[in-house]
Every structure is written in structure tokens, then in C-alpha cells.
Design a protein around this ligand. Structure first.
Ligand SMILES: [Zn+2]
Ligand SMILES: [Zn+2]
Length: 257
């Protein structure tokens, strides 16, 4: 039975995701930046919470954890072992690369993607990938605790997933990311069309997340580092230099190697 995904807006522009495994009525929340909207969604669906899953330790992804734990004391808090000691509450489960979490009749697979934080993970469930602040729709997260080379390896790995994978990221940055993508790759028709559609949409009512990996591969410059037109525009000749050049456009900072 497929997993139902309920997308919840938290804080300013964060997304938390409530996963419901319908055969067992188990529910898991990914990245609860605040507790209130999550409690409301669980009550509306008449669900108990079995798992609190964190892509990384930052407060805008974990700020709701202690409040949720008070309401749902049986919920298991899971975070990568390298991020666990940054949490205000103690984790029940410290995750590692390749681990799988039993979730009713489904499995949640852990991909360790260190760079934004040391213990950043993505959660893969069926054809949904929850990327936190590593991969954004049309963009990429900041390299706060890692190097360009590490992010390069992460991006390379994510590109190998099936193209039908839906990317659910931690923030609604799609429109501004597409504006930067258009600067970096001005002749890219997919970016132009995606940008036009994004400008017309009411983000508050209609989220621009998720996007398929196929669409991201065609229009997210961070997944197109070997593209000739992009390299020509950025005056680079290899993928790592292209990644640095993109980071400078998006974040106006030079990352380290
Ligand atoms: Zn973050
Ligand atoms: Zn964040």
C-alpha cells in the first residue's frame, strides 16, 4: 500500500512532511520545525505519531521535537549519529548510512549526505526522497559543515536515483532558485518555462515542491555540472569549478574544497 504524504508549512518557508502508512495507520513526521501545525494535522487524520525523523540538527527542522515528544511520548526520535549531540532533546535512534527504518509495511532508507551538516541525511520511501537542506528544488543547500568535494559526491549520488523520484525538500525556495538558475544558464528552455510557471503561481496556496528528479535533472544547475552550455556561461572546464561558480551565484560566497 502506498505511503500518503501530507505536506505541512512550518515557520517562514519550511516544509515538514507527515508520512502515513495506511495499512498500519502508522505516522511519521519529517523535520518538524514547529509542533503546532503537526499536532493539528495528526488530530485531523486521527493518527498517533510513531516516528520523528530529522534530516539534520538545525532548529528550523527540529524546533518542534520536544513539544511533539510531550504529546506523543511513544514516538521514536531518529537523527544521524553525527548530528544527534546538537539536538536539544536526546535521540532514541542514531542513524547511519544504509540503515532502514521499519514503517508499517514500508521501509524508510537512510542516505548519509554530509556537507550542509556532518550528519545530514535524506530519507527515501518508495519514490519519495526527502532531501532536507541538501538538494532544493532548482538549487542546493549551503555547505555549512562540509566541503565542495563532499557536496559534489552527494549530488552525483542523488543523480543516480530513478528519474521518477519525487524530491521533497526542506524549504520553499523554488522561485528564487529558478531566478538564479536562469542567471547561470540563460539559454535553458526548461528553466525559462519553469520560471514562468513559478512566477504565475500563488506559492502560499500552491507549493512548488515536490518536483520530479527528471525535471531537476533538466533544470537544476547543481545537477548539471557537466553541461557544456552551463560551463561555457560560467567559464569553467570541470564539474567542481562549476559547482564553486554556482555557489557564488546562489550564495555570493566561495566554498572550500
Ligand atoms: Zn539547515
Ligand atoms: Zn533549513
Amino acid at each position: 500500500m502506498p505511503i500518503k504524504i501530507i505536506q505541512i508549512k512550518t515557520l517562514q518557508d519550511n516544509y515538514a512532511y507527515l508520512l502515513v502508512e495506511e495499512s498500519s495507520t502508522q505516522a511519521a513526521i519529517i523535520d518538524p520545525g514547529s509542533a503546532k501545525p503537526v499536532i493539528k494535522a495528526l488530530a485531523a487524520e486521527n493518527l498517533d505519531l510513531s516516528h520523528i525523523l530529522l534530516t539534520h540538527h538545525h532548529y528550523d527542522h527540529s524546533g518542534g521535537v520536544s513539544e511533539l515528544k510531550k504529546h506523543y511520548p511513544k514516538a521514536e526520535i531518529a537523527i544521524h549519529k553525527d548530528d544527534a549531540n546538537h539536538l536539544a532533546v536526546s535521540a532514541n535512534r542514531k542513524l547511519q548510512e544504509g540503515e532502514k527504518i521499519d514503517f508499517g509495511n514500508a521501509l524508510i532508507k537512510i542516505l548519509h549526505l554530509p556537507c550542509h551538516t556532518r550528519g545530514h541525511v535524506a530519507f527515501l520511501v518508495e519514490n519519495a526522497l526527502f532531501t532536507g537542506d541538501t538538494l532544493f528544488t532548482a538549487g542546493c543547500g549551503k555547505f555549512f559543515e562540509g566541503s565542495t568535494t563532499e557536496m559534489y559526491e552527494n549530488l552525483k549520488r542523488l543523480k543516480t536515483l530513478p528519474e521518477t523520484t519525487n524530491i521533497y525538500c526542506g524549504h520553499e525556495y523554488t522561485l528564487e532558485n529558478l531566478e538564479y538558475a536562469h542567471l547561470a544558464d540563460p539559454a535553458n528552455q526548461t528553466i525559462i518555462e519553469r520560471l514562468q510557471r513559478a512566477r504565475l503561481r500563488q506559492i502560499d496556496e500552491e507549493p512548488l515542491v515536490p518536483a520530479t528528479l527528471a525535471l531537476e535533472l533538466a533544470s537544476n544547475p547543481f545537477l548539471r555540472l557537466n553541461n557544456n552550455a552551463l560551463q561555457k556561461q560560467l567559464k569553467t572546464t570541470n564539474e567542481l569549478d562549476t559547482l564553486v561558480a554556482l555557489y557564488q551565484i546562489y550564495y555570493r560566497e566561495t566554498p572550500s574544497f
